[in-house]
Design a protein around this ligand. Sequence first.
Ligand SMILES: Cc1cc2nc3c(=O)[nH]c(=O)nc-3n(C[C@H](O)[C@H](O)[C@H](O)COP(=O)(O)OP(=O)(O)OC[C@H]3O[C@@H](n4cnc5c(N)ncnc54)[C@H](O)[C@@H]3O)c2cc1C
Length: 508
Amino acid sequence: MNQESPDTTTGDDPFGRADAAAVARDHAEALAALADALDGDGTPVDREATGEWRTLFPGDVVTPDDDRYDEARRVWNGLCEAAPAAVAYPTTAAGVARVVEAARETGLGVATRSGGHSSVGTSSGDGVLVCDVGTMQEVAVDPDARTATVDPGVTIGELDAATTAHGLATPQGVAPEVGVTGLTLGGGTGYLSRAHGLACDRLAQVDLITAAGERVTATADTNPDLFRAVRGAGGAFGVAVELEFDLVSVPGELAMCDTWFPVDGTDDVAALLREYRDLLREAPRTTNVSPYVTRVPDEAGFPDDRAGDLALCVLGVHGGDPDEGERALAPFRNLGADGVDPLFEYADRRPYVDVQAYLGGGSPADDHYYWKSVAVETFTDALVDHTAERMAALPGDEDTVVVWPMGGAVADLDAGATAVPERDAEVVLNFEACWSEPTDDDAHREWARESADRARDVGTVTGELPNFSGTERGDEAARDVYAANYEWLRETKRRWDPDGVFTPSGRL
Ligand SMILES: Cc1cc2nc3c(=O)[nH]c(=O)nc-3n(C[C@H](O)[C@H](O)[C@H](O)COP(=O)(O)OP(=O)(O)OC[C@H]3O[C@@H](n4cnc5c(N)ncnc54)[C@H](O)[C@@H]3O)c2cc1C
C-alpha cells in the first residue's frame, strides 16, 4: 500500500466526493460487512450540546452516498477538507480492530480521528477509511495511584475537569475543545510543560490496535520501541484505544497574567522580545510566559483610539504556588525600559480549568489554518529580529506569531527518548496563519512557510513541533519535523506497519 497522501497544500483537488463514491463502490461489500460488524443503532450523538461542532453516529459507517457524509467528513481545518471513502464510528476497541481489518481487506489506508482538531490535516484524507473514535469518552481517575485512564475521544477540557476534582492534572494543550489523544500523540505543549514536561512525557501506557488488528500495550518496559515512537508520531503506528497518564499536584488556583503592550514597528517589538528572552532565561521552570501579536479589538476594556493597532501580548501562567507565581510573573508584566503603559492588563489567580479555558474558542472550525513551527536552539538576537519583523508585518488580521517557551522539564529527556526531537530548544517560534477565503490560501501559507524557512537560515533549528508543522505529507516533511529522530522512526514504522495501513494518519 504505502500510498502517499496528496499534498493538500497545492490547492489541487485530485479527489472529490464523486471519486470517494467510486472508491466506496469498489469496496462496497467490505464496507457493508464493516457496518454490520459495528452494528450501531444509528443514533446521532449531538455534541453541539457540549459546545462541540461535530455530530457523530456511533457504531455506524457513513459512505459518500449517505446524506450524513458531508457532516461526517467535516474537519476543523477548512484547508484540509478531504473526501474519504467512508467514515466509521467504532465504539469499542474490538470495533476499532474490525475497522483496521476492513482496511486491510480493502487496501484502504486508515486515518484515525479522535478530537477532530488536527491542525495538520492527518485525521482524514482522500479515498481513505476514517476511523473516528470520538464517541469513546470515559475518564477514570485513581487519586491514590495518581493516574488517569482515558478513552481516545476525551477532550482536554473533560480530562482537566476530571483530574482537578482531585487537585491533580497532567500537562495538556491550551484549548479545552481539542482532543487529548491527538495532542498527546503529537507531543503536546501547554502551560504546565516547563514545570512537568510535554503531554506525551506523562503518558505511562497506551493501548493500540496495530496494523495486524491486535490490541497491544506499549509502556517503557513493554514494546518500548513502539512506546518511544508513538510519543510524537503516534497516528502512524496504530489506533490508540486507551491512554494512561501519570498525574501531578496542582494548586487550587494558579497565578496568571495577560499584558498587552503597544508596539509601533519592528524595533519596538524586538526590544520587548529581547527583554522577555533575558527574563525567561532566569525564570523558574514553573513559569510559562509566551508573547504573541494581535490587533487591539474594538471592545469595552480596550482603548477606543487604539482599535486595530498591533499589540504584543505577554501571556503568563505559573504552575506552582500562586504567591511565588505572582512574584515570578511580575517582571514580565513590566516589560519596556521606561515602563510602557499597557493597552490591556489582566492579572489574577484562577483554578487550572479556568486557566486552560482562558484562550478557548478563539479558533473557529472551518476557517483555513496553516501553522508552521521551528524549534530554535538559542533565541539569538538575529532570531529575535526576524521574529519581530514578522510580528510587525502580519499579512492578515487573524494571522499571528507566537513565541512558545521550552526548557525546564521539556529538556529533562534526551532528544531521542521520544519522537519529539526539540528537547534542547530554548523557544519554539510558531508562525500561525488563519484566514477564511480560499482565494487567499497561497498568500497566507506562503507567509508562514517563508517565515519558518528564514528562521532556519538565521538560527539553529532542531525540528518542528509535530502538532504545528504545516499540512505537507511525505518523506521530506517527515525529515523536517522529526529531524534526528527520523531514521529510527522509519525503522519502527517498518516493524509495526510494514504495509502503511496508518500512513494517512501521520507523516511516516
Ligand atoms: C484551537 C487549537 C489549539 C491547539 N493548542 C495546542 C497546544 O496548546 N499545544 C499543542 O501541542 N497542540 C495544540 N494544538 C494542536 C493539536 O494538538 C493537534 O492539532 C492535535 O493533533 C489535535 O488532536 P485531536 O485529537 O483533536 O485531533 P484529530 O484530528 O482527531 O487527530 C489529530 C492527529 O492525531 C491522530 N490521532 C487521533 N486520534 C488517534 C488515535 N486514537 N490513535 C492514533 N492516532 C490518533 C490523527 O490520526 C491525526 O494525525 C491546538 C489545535 C487547535 C485546533
